[in-house]
Design a protein around this ligand. Structure first.
Ligand code: CO
Length: 365
């Protein structure tokens, strides 16, 4: 994929406001890209988009590739009498990452800008200036003169979704890109590019490209969509956890930007199937694709639901290293994106019935 086209796709996917439970605008973008490339495309009962890439044959194994559409955000809880918004966080946020930021609120009248204000240091006593601001004390200022103004003029209602206001941009000319919501729009971008690479190809599996909802609040969309897909193999695409900046330690995370996609060997939701892991490593080696590993003690991802759907299936999580996840400003490397696309394309091309049968077989002696 040409760099300009990749940039266009990444910008389109990351700029859109679509927190957990409000994935509609992302679903529309993914549908626009995948519909012309796929045999069939449908939505499950809670909103995950299931794209059946090729004509299904019972003799072929079902391969499910998944990435999640939602991003961490906020939701309007209530509007104060003087027109400020109190909010509920959606997904995992550090309180410090919330304060003094710009936000976009999606209302029935369109997009509204707001900020989480912060007290000026002039009024904070010296001994409390080092304290952390708690999210419960925060509010969003939308410039409304009172509650009625916020409701009637701006169209704000309780339940409206709120996302970071932070636009995609290249980080000073190199291969790094800055934006919000890499988690997990970068996974969706890989999926879309893989589908585009495979356009018209005769592949030896029934390929399902699944864009899930509500990952950030407990892998909910992966649960329902994998029930429908009945995967024989699961490949989840995620944003990884780069640990290559000051203050970050190898014990926390082992990924570095620019050193290739990361294979998760452990996270708190899943351990990958060992034969599938080794198959991925073999393919990466043959195709000369750089690979790194990550062992995390926290973190959950959709692969865990794919792995446990119905009778269970060998699954793996492949991640694009990302700095500063779950904040207004994440950073990825386009080289890792390209390597991940190449890896996943190669995996799909090789997952035929014999290979999948061998991966799924557990030795009994
Ligand atoms: Co994620």
């Amino acid at each position: 994929m040409k760099k300009k086209e990749t940039e266009k796709l990444l910008r389109e996917l990351t700029d859109v406001c679509a927190p957990t439970g409000f994935e509609g605008p992302v679903r529309a973008i993914v549908n626009q890209h995948l519909y012309p490339l796929c045999q069939d495309i449908y939505v499950d009962g809670i909103g995950s988009l299931i794209a059946q890439f090729n004509t299904r044959h019972d003799s072929k194994p079902n391969v499910m590739v998944a990435a999640h559409m939602d991003e961490v955000g906020l939701m309007v809880k209530y509007i104060t009498e003087d027109g400020y918004l109190k909010f509920q966080t959606i997904g995992g946020w550090l309180d410090q990452a919330l304060i003094n930021q710009r936000w976009i609120i999606r209302t029935k009248k369109g997009l509204v800008k707001g900020i989480t204000g912060i007290k000026t240091p002039h009024v904070i006593p010296a001994e409390t200036r080092g304290q952390i601001f708690k999210k419960e004390q925060m509010f969003i200022d939308v410039g409304a003169s009172n509650k009625e103004d916020a409701v009637n003029r701006l169209g704000i209602s309780p339940g409206d979704p709120i996302a970071p206001d932070s636009l995609f941009t290249n980080l000073n000319g190199g291969s790094l890109y800055l934006g919000k919501a890499w988690d997990d729009r970068i996974g969706l971008a890989v999926m879309i590019q893989v589908a585009s690479n495979l356009r018209g190809a005769d592949i030896s599996n029934n390929l399902y490209l699944v864009s899930t909802v509500q990952e950030e609040v407990g892998l909910r969309g992966a649960q329902t969509s994998s029930y429908l897909v009945e995967p024989d193999i699961g490949i989840n695409l995620e944003s990884g956890v780069a640990g290559d900046y000051p203050g970050s330690t190898l014990d926390e995370s082992q990924e570095k930007l620019g050193e290739g996609p990361a294979i998760f060997l452990h996270d708190s939701s899943m351990i990958p199937n060992l034969k599938l892991r080794d198959f991925v490593l073999k393919v990466a080696d043959e195709e000369k694709i750089p690979i790194q590993f990550d062992v995390l003690s926290g973190y959950g991802q959709d692969g865990a639901e794919i792995q446990r759907a119905r009778g269970g299936s060998p699954s793996i999580n492949i991640a694009i290293p990302t700095r500063y996840l779950h904040s207004h400003n994440g950073v990825i490397s386009i080289e890792d994106f390209d390597s991940a696309v190449k890896l996943v394309t190669s995996l799909i091309q090789r997952l035929d019935a014999d290979t999948v049968r061998e991966i799924r077989k557990f030795e009994l002696e």
